[in-house]
Unconditional design. Structure first.
Length: 402
């Protein structure tokens, strides 16, 4: 029975796509020891994996306590490398005692990326972010103009992160992972939870990357949620995800945009804003701090989203046109690809008004080409092989290394 560690960071967008893969591996007899923070214990144990809490170096508030929300990637890289330098000795000692056969790690978890290289065993990356393609991708003006200002803003901090990565490489006699490896690290195998068709410049991506499509982790339908209130009306679903979602002005603009419209609007604010803060709502608008997202997407006609890769994949999988309102640069890059493929439109944060939301939404709802192209991308995700293909690839790698 193969034994493996899985190292992840405390973030729903990173954890959620990994769980179906872990469940598939445990079903095949792999013993997975999943390192994460306490609030994820139940989710991890539900896959059949063994949960193991990190030391106090990595807690549930790892990112929020440092003021990190994805908008300052070099600051995040710096924090992650400091943690890596501190946590690696303990992990190396434990691994040498327990002798795992391979290591799984999130692409933004550098200690997980370094450990298999130090031990000389296979490493497998779970990529919650889109992998970086060729240099040609970075020369794309839209992409470069989105990323470069953020990278240059904290250049000094990023340089310090790279110095730590270089020092660790020298200390353990392995190649440095460099600055790109800190935030989007690859392994001997790397799984991207989208399709090759959706990935921009896919032919320039590392040959270690396998595009396995959206991995299904859909809970049973929540019969208690009042979807019946929509009646025969088309549903518009609005969510800014689980991280940067405390944007009262955005939700108020959505209320104004859809008041009196023929559609039924469901908004999910997350835990940061109470639905009661909006007062009395129009009959066609409902606001919750949590919703069964998959149940709604299966019925919806339009998804207004922040553009996280998981949310985009969910929307495209169910063939929905997307109105993207990115809250950080990585989400802007995700959205560019949606627009390029004709499956949605985008509003930058400084463009958001009730009028612009109404105009973009109306166009997406009334022009069938957006739904058609979204469904086309969804088909490519279903055809990519999913967790069964990913598990097959891991077992083939282990057999090759045996």
């Amino acid at each position: 029975m193969p034994k493996a560690y899985f190292f992840n960071v405390p973030g729903h967008g990173h954890v959620n796509p990994s769980l179906p893969l872990v469940a598939e591996l445990t079903k095949r007899g792999h013993h997975i020891i999943y390192y994460l923070t306490d609030s994820y214990r139940a989710k991890v144990e539900a896959t059949g994996a063994e949960f193991r809490a990190y030391s106090p170096l990595v807690r549930d508030d790892y990112f929020t306590s440092r003021g990190l929300d994805g908008s300052r990637p070099m600051r995040a890289a710096h924090a992650l490398m400091h943690t890596t330098a501190e946590i690696l000795p303990e992990l190396i000692e434990t691994a040498r005692e327990e002798k795992p056969d391979y290591i799984l790690f999130d692409g933004m978890c550098p200690w997980g990326q370094l450990l298999p290289r130090i031990l000389g065993i296979p490493g497998v990356a779970s990529l919650a972010l889109m992998p970086i393609g060729s240099a040609r991708q970075m020369l794309n003006w839209e992409i470069a103009s989105t990323l470069l200002p953020r990278l240059l803003m904290d250049f000094g901090v990023g340089y310090e992160a790279k110095k730590i990565a270089d020092a660790l490489g020298k200390q353990y006699n392995i190649p440095s992972i460099g600055i790109t490896g800190i935030m989007n690290g690859l392994g001997d195998l790397s799984f991207s939870y989208t399709s090759k068709y959706y990935q921009p410049y896919a032919d320039g991506v590392s040959p270690s990357v396998r595009f396995v499509g959206r991995v299904e982790n859909d809970p049973p339908q929540d019969e208690s949620f009042p979807l019946h209130l929509a009646g025969d009306r088309r549903i518009v679903y609005i969510s800014l995800g689980s991280l940067i979602n405390d944007n009262m002005a955005f939700f108020k603009a959505c209320i104004e945009a859809f008041t009196g419209a023929g559609e039924y609007v469901i908004m999910s604010t997350g835990r940061g804003i109470s639905p009661q803060a909006f007062g009395t709502l129009p009959e066609n608008i409902a606001i919750y701090d949590w919703v069964p997202q998959i149940d709604i997407l299966k019925r919806a006609s339009l998804f207004i989203t922040h553009g996280g890769l998981g949310s985009i994949s969910d929307g495209l999988y169910f063939g929905l046109p997307l109105l993207l309102v990115p809250q950080q640069d990585e989400q802007t890059m995700n959205g560019m690809r949606v627009i390029e493929l004709g499956a949605g439109l985008m509003l930058k944060k400084n463009q958001v008004t009730a009028q612009t939301i109404r105009e973009k939404a109306r166009r997406l709802l009334d022009d069938p080409s957006f739904q058609r192209e979204s469904a086309r991308i969804g088909d490519t995700m279903r055809e990519a092989g999913g967790v069964a293909r990913a598990a097959d690839e891991i077992e083939a790698l282990l057999a090759k290394r045996a």
